[in-house]
Design a protein around this ligand. Structure first.
Ligand code: NAP
Length: 553
């Protein structure tokens, strides 16, 4: 291990990222736990996902009143949401408000990326290196790097040769992009593309949508929230939050019926019509429980959704190509859309099917597929992310004896509770791989995980300890459990980013705990109640932070 000079300053906690996680963690550790904290953020301001993803139409498909912090009643009461599903600018305004309200900015170093995190066996401290060449030591690390923050490298090359503009949905310019009069290509038809396509189509002279796999998509059913509705919501917040905590994905849906196969076709149709019209994730987790477990049950819903596409898209050939086939609904991220299918009825929009003949390259003038080059002025890459593990592994992360996390995870992630890793002490991965993560209302999952970290550190300190690390056995048992639950579902059968299938060469594994948020929370609570079962708790040799030369941060 490289010797770290004493001149490297020390803080108790380093937080990586200033999104939903980083802001809450900073407030919690600094203001409640009275610990010294430094947050590093690669972006120029707070917001994380909502700072980078500024593409037209970007909004959250979990209801605003749940996709928000619950930790502070006054914050809840003073903030009013204008829409059922908040747009990216509104969520970013909210996070800026939170940063100002809790005076968080002074604890954040912006435009600074954490490049390396190395555990020092002698001192039992982490050394954090940043891309400005600086280092910092700390006892605890909170990783708030996000789950969808490292872009997937497209399989095709030549982007650098394109003479027009190339835009990434996940790193969109801060200035308004004017598509009027432009010929635009959107590559990808996932959640990001499905939000951007209808709006780009309204402006562009011509829009070509390159689709490799059609997705199941259902209406978002967004609507404004008026003052009276918001007043009522604020009155009901305690019970709404309580109900949300009981929901499988952290939203209070409560009309889940046991089996799509146990009811007659009329009743099934009634349920599907009702949930389709209600919008959001109601079909996914509030129709029939067995659609995620039983292929025949799933097929009843898949067929219902195919019919809706045939109804909404006028040209039968285009409709046929937009209809998902060969995989189960919900095993790729279901899209929640507004006018997505109707967009393909526009004269200026064309669907280019690249399922059989793939995109070969980007040329100086457009997108080449086989012999044909589609000439365009702007290319929008909505090709997705190296999800779940990509953002953590983007840092050079080394634990005990210099072991690299990338090596440890060569066959897929190994964690305990999707939160901590054996041989990587005191590193808390908020909404990490093998936790409910993206299949849970994220701010709720984030609050739970940050609270877990705070409680664990309080527990350690109350016993004059300062190291927590899961056992290898607990990790193996968690992996077995995550896989066993996944195998009960249809999820592993599809080529989705949930199982690492969107990145060539990425290990195929289930990256999510699929047992639902309440069961997960109970499992964590049981570990805590048992005195942190599955974890080693220990004490590092004395470290005198006051002896460190350098500014307290
Ligand atoms: P994505 O779901 O991974 O979609 C990427 C798209 O690009 C897919 O259609 C994929 O096709 C296509 N693609 C990738 N490589 C390609 C290639 N070489 N040639 C042709 N097509 C290619 O990424 P995303 O749309 O950015 O969404 C990622 C996740 O972010 C979502 O699943 C969701 O969890 C989150 N998100 C959430 C919201 C929200 O409302 N809360 C909004 C946007 C995004 P294949 O399917 O064939 O791989």
């Amino acid at each position: 291990m490289t010797e770290i000079p004493l001149s490297v300053p020390y803080v108790d906690v380093v937080v990586v990222g200033a999104g939903f996680t980083g802001l809450y963690a900073l407030h919690k550790f600094r203001d409640e736990m009275k610990m010294s904290v430094r947050v590093f953020e690669a972006g120029g301001d707070v917001g994380g996902t909502w700072y980078w993803n500024r593409y037209p139409g970007c909004r959250c498909d979990v209801e605003s009143i749940f996709y928000s912090y619950s930790f502070d009643e006054a914050l809840q009461q003073e903030w009013s949401w204008s829409e059922k599903y908040a747009s990216q600018p509104e969520i970013l305004r909210y996070l800026n408000h939170v940063a100002d309200r809790f005076d968080l900015r002074k604890g954040i170093t912006f435009d600074t990326r954490v490049t390396a995190l190395h555990w020092d066996d002698q001192e039992s401290l982490w050394t954090v290196r940043t891309d400005d060449g600086n280092s910092l030591r700390c006892r605890y690390v909170i990783s708030g790097v996000g789950t969808l923050s490292v872009a997937k490298k497209p399989e095709f090359g030549g982007i650098e040769n394109f003479q027009g503009e190339v835009l990434f949905t996940g790193n969109w310019p801060h200035e308004t992009v004017d598509f009027s009069g432009q010929r635009v290509a959107v590559i990808g038809t996932g959640a990001s593309a499905s939000q951007a396509i209808p709006l780009i189509a309204e402006e562009a002279a011509e829009l070509l949508v390159f689709q490799r796999t059609p997705n199941f998509a259902t209406p978002l059913a967004n609507a404004p929230i008026d003052a009276e509705q918001m007043r009522k919501i604020k009155e009901d917040y305690p019970s709404l939050r309580e109900a949300a905590r009981k929901g499988f994905i952290g939203v209070p849906y409560d009309q889940w019926l046991p089996s799509a196969l146990a009811v007659d076709p009329d009743e099934r149709r009634r349920v599907y019509d009702d949930r389709y019209a209600a919008g959001g994730f109601r079909l996914f987790v509030d129709s029939f429980q067995d659609i995620l477990y039983n292929y025949d049950a799933n097929e009843t819903l898949a067929e219902y959704l195919r019919e809706r596409i045939y109804e909404r898209v006028k040209d039968p050939d285009t409709a046929e190509r937009l209809v998902p086939k060969g995989y189960a609904y919900g095993t790729k991220r279901p899209l929640l859309e507004t006018d997505y299918f109707e967009t393909f009825n526009r004269e200026n929009v064309r669907l280019i099917d690249v399922s059989e003949e793939s995109i070969d390259e980007i040329t100086a003038t457009g997108v080449r597929v086989g012999e044909h080059t589609y000439e365009v002025d702007v290319i929008v890459l909505a090709t997705g992310f190296d999800a779940m593990t990509g953002p953590i592994l983007a840092m050079d992360l080394r634990g005990r004896n210099g072991i690299r996390l990338a090596d440890k995870w060569a066959d897929g992630p190994r964690t305990h509770l999707g939160l901590m890793v054996n041989q990587f002490p005191n590193l808390f991965m908020i909404t990490g791989p093998q936790s409910p993560s993206v299949l849970q209302n994220m701010p709720m999952g984030i609050e739970d995980h940050v609270d877990f970290a705070c409680d664990a550190i309080n527990y350690l300190h109350s016993r004059d300890l300062n190291i927590i690390e899961p056992t290898e056995q607990a990790e193996s048992m968690w992996l077995a459990l995550v896989n066993a639950i996944a195998d009960l579902t249809l999820m592993p059968q599809s080529k989705s980013w949930y199982v690492g299938a969107n990145i060539p060469g990425k290990p195929r594994a289930c990256f999510l705990y699929l047992g639902g948020a309440p069961t997960y929370r109970q499992t964590c609570a049981e570990a805590v109640a048992g005195g942190y079962t599955g974890f080693y708790l220990s004490k590092a040799q004395a470290f005198d932070s006051k002896a460190v030369v350098g500014e307290a941060v």
